[in-house]
Design a protein around this ligand. Structure first.
Ligand code: KG4
Ligand code: ZN
Length: 337
């Protein structure tokens, strides 16, 4: 019988305080999230110091809730996992301090986890994913293409050279007065707009490059809005959102498929907050079907930040014996940097 490894995972890298208990890297026993979105909305974006303070207030009660919901005791926990980067250092420190204290007091191993590895492993919570694969991580801070031939083996094949995809969504939403975070609302507006209404640029960079660039697209949208206002016109928000989203999606899908072909793999993972985007999911589904590629994408609630994904990576690290000493800091390097 498979030994039961239950990991208590903590994630506080940005504006979600999250605690989960995951069994054997795949079974979510509890997955609690205390979102700070409403608090940061008033500022139009995440305020790091405010985020740290709210993590501090929320984390201990959330651990109690996660344990109660999982119906297990702290004694049954095999290890404590925690996100140690990338993220806001003050926010990370809260999770790290709590994780270290728990590991020390319970005499359990401490497992530091890279946040981006977590996003990739959100897929392993729901599906038996096959290797080798190419993973596209699209979040608020990152746009990365990663090749994996086996567990915990991450080769960065491409990265954004300027804005991340989610950052571009957030900035366009802000320019349109749609509030924070921008991705979900742009996604919604795009569904009512015409993606062919405005011909925004697609940036592919050099031939054979798997890097990304979204700052030119962002500037093109801002210029379009500025010029329209100067002419006394009112831009149709739905069309701007749909045309912008189409430009982002087209580049993400084409580059990921090309990367998978160049690596000779027929498994693609999409991950991170932007992978919840309905247009991106549809475009990947259509293209992967046509190309005969297996597509893995997390349920929308597991695309954005959560602790279950951290518990999933930690299971494989634990099996490898990759535990940490308690002197771990928020800058410690991890598999993907
Ligand atoms: O992965 P995540 O929760 O946090 C980071 O690690 O950054 O990603 C947050 C990002 C934000 O930029 C948010 O606007 C974007 O994901 N996002 C979306 C959608 N839902 C969240 N972008 C496009 N469409 C969505 N439906
Ligand atoms: Zn994230």
């Amino acid at each position: 019988m498979l030994e039961s490894i239950k990991i208590l995972a903590i994630e506080t890298s940005c504006d979600e305080t999250a605690v989960a208990i995951v069994e054997n890297g795949e079974k979510i026993l509890s997955n609690k999230i205390l979102s700070q979105i409403e608090i940061h909305k008033a500022f139009g974006g995440v305020v790091p110091e405010v985020a740290s303070r709210h993590h501090l207030e929320g984390i201990l009660p959330l651990i109690d809730e996660a344990i109660n919901e999982a119906n297990c005791s702290l004694d049954e926990i095999s290890a404590i996992a925690v996100t140690n980067g990338p993220g806001l250092v003050g926010a990370l420190l809260v999770g790290l301090s709590v994780a270290k204290s728990l590991a020390y007091s319970l005499n359990k191993p401490l497992i530091p986890v890279n946040h981006l590895a977590g996003h990739i492993y959100a897929n392993f919570l729901e599906n038996p994913v096959k290797f080798p694969l190419v993973a596209l991580i699209v979040s608020g801070g990152h746009t990365d293409l990663i090749y994996m031939c086996k567990h915990l083996d991450f080769e960065i094949v491409g990265q954004t050279r300027d804005d991340a995809a989610g950052e571009a969504f957030d900035k366009i939403a802000r320019a349109l007065g749609l509030g924070y975070p921008g991705g979900p609302v742009v996604d919604k507006k795009a569904q009512e707009g015409n993606p062919k209404a405005i011909d925004f640029p697609r940036t592919y960079l050099e031939r054979d490059s798997y890097d990304f660039s979204f700052s030119g697209l962002k500037s093109a949208v801002l210029n379009y809005l500025h010029n329209a206002i100067q002419r006394g016109e009112t831009p149709k928000v739905e069309d701007v959102c749909a045309s912008f989203q189409e430009a982002v999606v087209e580049v993400l899908v084409n580059k990921t498929i090309d990367c998978a072909k160049s690596k000779g793999v027929d498994n693609i993972i999409i991950a991170g907050g932007v992978s919840a985007n309905s247009g991106l999911r549809r475009a990947f589904e259509k293209r992967c079907l046509k190309e005969g590629i297996n597509l893995y994408r997390p349920s929308p609630s597991l695309c954005t930040d959560n602790a279950a994904m951290i518990g999933a990576v930690a299971y494989y690290l634990h099996k490898n014996g990759s535990n940490s000493k308690l002197d771990l800091n928020a800058y410690a390097s991890m598999p993907i940097t």
